[in-house]
Design a protein around this ligand. Structure first.
Ligand code: GTP
Length: 417
């Protein structure tokens, strides 16, 4: 009897089978199902303009997926921030479909001040995590779209010195959010010795700054072949790559993908010329699923925990209770409703204020009108009184004063006979 690690109450009994049952076919079922569903993979490329990012992606996936950009004319206005552009393609190989998305980051490292070049990239990666978390919390999760970045190829300039501050800053900011795969761009511009020295210095810098780069994983009970493959791939990091989607002819007449120089041909797919084959092995052939799994199980999971803790969701460590999405949804709805009620109250207050203002204005103009009316009425009354008086005097034959009033005293020339 073996106690189950998850639940001590239900013991697990190991028994020998009496005959064939059929579950040994499970891996085949999984295989068929995944082939039918197809795969999704998102790769990001980061590095200064002209380091060969587009060329390498086209070389890796053997497509013309990614059109190299035309260089800007000198008079053109240059963008002021790093942009994020993504392009997707449905590709197929031996019946296996892959929805490949490449995320480019034009502008990275191309400005006079590159202090904040990493920020839009981190924001983009985190917004993809955010989007995924939103999908996860939906009532209907049938069409869960995974836009998370599974690998980031970081292009290091082939300077031959060591990492530059911008490289260290970028990798330090990104290594907890994405699988970093450093590559030395345009490796054909350096000799074998220079490449070896450069790699040593780059690895020393990476170790010194405690940057975590993606390593081929090794498991217990792994066969020797897989262990050797993982070791070989690890020994090539950072991959010194050469990209070319052109077919050239070697001096011995072979047609190969490569770059032709007056002194010979650099073959992309020749392991003696560059590490392209090993990079492809790591990114596509052997570890694509590992990259996806690490993104989901470690990088996304850590980000999600940080985010939930930041939102004030606490997990009781003694009970080990999972954060319940329904409870969180309820909390979010309550918060949303409170926000709406606050907005409504504020709007009501503003409305009442405006009505009161209007009313007081109306009252004021009413009072003014009334005062004017009263004034005019008084003036008219007075005028009427004067006219009445005048009429009376005329009718009684009494002379009027120069002001029009009748005189009571006797005056010269007005003697009564
Ligand atoms: P942006 O599109 O501006 O971001 O540049 P990019 O990094 O995508 O570079 P792109 O692939 O457009 O390549 C720029 C130039 O470098 C082109 O002329 C390529 O032919 C050349 N190039 C690409 N890869 C290599 C390489 O491995 N070695 C050498 N020597 N040149 C390369």
């Amino acid at each position: 009897l073996i106690a189950s690690p998850n639940n001590a109450a239900s013991p697990v009994i190991r028994k020998k089978l009496m005959g064939f049952v059929g579950f040994s076919n499970l891996p085949n079922q999984v295989h068929r199902k995944s082939v039918r569903k197809g795969f999704q993979f998102t790769a990001m490329v980061v590095g200064e303009s002209g380091l060969g990012k587009s060329t390498l992606i086209n070389t890796l996936f053997n497509t013309g997926l990614y059109q190299p950009k035309e260089p800007l004319p000198p008079s053109a206005e240059r963008p002021k921030t790093v942009a994020i552009e993504s392009i997707s393609a449905d590709i197929e190989e031996n019946g296996v479909r892959l929805l490949l998305t490449v995320v480019d980051t034009p502008g990275f490292g191309d400005f006079v001040n590159n202090d904040e070049s990493w920020r839009p990239i981190v924001e983009d990666i985190e917004s993809r995590f955010d989007q995924y978390m939103e999908y996860e919390n939906k009532v209907n999760r049938q069409k869960l779209i995974d836009n998370r970045v599974h690998a980031c190829l970081y292009f290091i300039q082939p300077t031959g010195h060591s990492l530059r501050p911008i490289d260290i800053e970028f990798m330090s900011r990104l290594h907890t959010r994405v699988n970093l795969i450093p590559v030395i761009a345009k490796a054909d511009t350096m000799t074998d010795e220079e490449i070896a020295d450069f790699k040593t210095r780059v690895l020393a810098d990476i170790a010194c700054h405690k940057i975590h780069i993606f390593q081929a994983p090794t498991y217990e009970n792994e066969d020797e072949e897989s262990l050797a493959e993982a070791e070989e791939i690890a020994s090539k990091i950072p991959f010194a790559v050469v990209g070319s989607d052109k077919i050239v002819t070697t001096p011995d007449g072979r047609k190969v993908r490569g770059r032709a120089y007056p002194w010979g041909v650099v073959e992309v797919d020749n392991e003696e010329h560059c590490d392209f084959v090993k990079l492809r092995q790591m990114l596509i052939r052997t570890y694509m699923e590992e990259l996806r799994e690490y993104t989901n199980d470690v990088l996304y999971e850590n980000w999600r925990t940080e985010k939930l803790l930041g939102m004030g969701v606490v997990q009781d460590p003694t009970v080990f209770k999972e954060v319940n999405p329904a409870v969180r949804n309820h909390e979010e709805r309550v918060m949303h409703e409170a926000k709406l009620a606050k907005m409504e109250a504020e709007m009501k207050m503003v409305f009442q204020q405006k009505v009161a203002e209007k009313e007081s204005k109306l009252k004021q103009s009413e009072e003014e009108l009334y005062a004017r009316h009263k004034e005019m009425k008084e003036a008219l009354d007075k005028q009427r009184g004067d006219l009445e008086e005048k009429r009376r005097r005329i009718e009684s034959g009494r002379p009027l004063t120069p002001e029009g009033k009748s005189s009571t005293g006797r005056k010269k020339g007005f003697l009564r006979t």
